[in-house]
Design a protein around this ligand. Structure first.
Ligand code: AMP
Ligand code: GLY
Length: 420
């Protein structure tokens, strides 16, 4: 079959890498893609991936049989709706169902209706009432701008002053509402499932590293590294997450006439009383996709197809007893201002357990590999132990010739130490 992947980050490179290995994949396209995805797929840089009708027209012209939507923006824009209307098999929820990611206020309402454990919260349309609420309840407290803010809309405020400043900043984001949340104690893990409206299939767990610098310091980023599986998510905790969080949410979506079909990413806070929901995303994480795709390989396409076809009930994934870890190499300055067009020289492919996924790369006019984004590479390795995966990834990072790169040196360090 001919397959189109929408997106052009490290997540989409990992998906393309996995899909291209599956014999079911005949021709692979990616829009817009990047220089790494170009080694698996034909790039379609001119296609507006937020325009569902344009994507459907491209699919009709090119004979695309299956579309995999990587990022959240096309989902929120209703691209999956337009594709399904055009009769094209698609992985990704409708715009109505993708509100689980696009609107924090909507998610809180679903959680309340379905009895899903999450932080207590209030929604404010107006700064004065929000400020009064914070003054009354004190800190720590979490301030979230409603709508898609790529992680940047969330401030965990340790003091009332910090919370008040965050409220003012949030109301400067156009048309925003603000969600003020109880601060939850615990450790975070990412829990991924596929849902086809009836059945749920676990797609693995991961832990990611959102802060820019070692020791979880510095600003929030899209993610500077990840590993899978997340040791916090024991089989018993996974069962509880499905029973108390994921299934009740999906049942509520179905009850409302907007069944959820696609990848559901539950961000969990695991505290002394068990798992609570931090947030939902309607897609795979980036860079969590890189570690999950490396572990699943070609099976990822079978699972995605079964999800889109409503056949998860008869689908099984084969998990090896393995570990994967990814280190993101970013442009210096990310997540703030950074340069593009820096030259990168990659080592010749060596150990098959290591894959260098591209997140933001392109080619200069002479065909040299250059940086073209904040997060640039995700150096990903898979091995029998997390320790070994970590060593393989960092040894490869050291062999990449790009002196200006910034990366964290502590991805997976604590988990390796804890594993003994
Ligand atoms: P979100 O975009 O909702 O995932 O929030 C980004 C990050 O802020 C999360 O990954 C958590 O680290 C943190 N966070 C969000 N909400 C809470 C909360 N209620 N309690 C503690 N930390 C939170
Ligand atoms: N790595 C976090 C995310 O993709 O949302």
């Amino acid at each position: 079959m001919n397959i189109l992947i929408l997106g052009g980050g490290g997540r989409e490179h990992a998906i393309a890498w996995a899909v291209a290995q599956n014999p079911k994949c005949d021709r692979l396209f990616a829009a817009p893609g990047n220089a790494g995805i170009a080694s698996h797929a034909t790039l379609v840089p001119g296609l507006d991936i937020l325009d569902g009708r344009a994507v459907a027209a491209f699919c009709a012209d090119t004979g695309i049989d299956f579309v995999i939507i990587g990022p959240e923006a096309p989902l929120a824009a209703g691209v999956a709706d337009r594709l399904r209307e055009a009769g094209i098999l698609t992985l990704g929820p409708s715009a109505a169902a993708a509100q689980l990611e696009a609107s924090k206020a909507f998610t809180k309402e679903i959680c309340a209706a379905a009895g899903v454990p999450t932080a207590a919260f209030r929604v404010f349309d107006e700064a004065g009432a929000a400020r009064a609420h914070v003054r009354e309840h004190g800190a720590p407290v979490v301030i979230k701008a409603d709508g898609l803010a790529a992680g940047k809309g969330v401030v965990v405020a340790d003091s009332v002053d910090m919370a008040l400043a965050a409220i003012d900043a949030a109301f400067m984001i156009d048309g925003s509402r603000v969600v003020i949340e109880e601060f939850m104690e615990g450790e975070e893990a990412s829990f991924f499932v596929l849902a086809d409206g009836e059945t749920v299939l676990e797609l693995g767990t991961a832990q990611d590293f959102k802060r820019a610098f070692d020791g979880d310091m510095g600003p929030n980023t899209g993610g500077m590294g990840a590993f899978s599986p997340a040791p916090l998510v024991t089989p018993a905790l996974a069962e509880r997450t499905l029973a108390e969080i994921v299934r009740p949410t999906l049942a509520e979506m179905t009850r409302r006439g907007t069944p959820y079909q696609g990848i559901l990413y539950a961000g969990l806070m695991i505290g002394s009383e068990g798992p609570r929901l931090v947030e939902y995303n309607a897609r795979l994480g980036d860079p969590e996709a890189q570690v999950i795709a490396l572990r699943l390989g070609a099976q990822l396409l079978d699972a995605f197809l079964a999800c889109a076809e409503g056949e998860l009930a008869t689908t099984r994934l084969n998990w090896a007893d393995d570990h994967a870890l990814t280190v993101v190499m970013a442009a210096r300055g990310y997540p703030r201002d950074y340069a593009s067009g820096e030259r990168i020289i990659l080592p010749a492919p060596g150990d098959p357990r290591v894959v260098i996924f591209h997140a933001g790369t392109s080619r200069d006019p002479d065909g040299n590999l250059v940086t073209a984004g904040g997060r640039v590479l995700a150096v990903t390795a898979r091995a029998d132990s997390l320790r070994e995966a970590r060593e393989l990834a960092y040894n490869t990072v050291a062999r990449i010739d790009w002196p200006e790169a910034h990366f964290r040196r502590d991805i997976g360090e604590r988990a390796v130490a804890a594993a003994g």
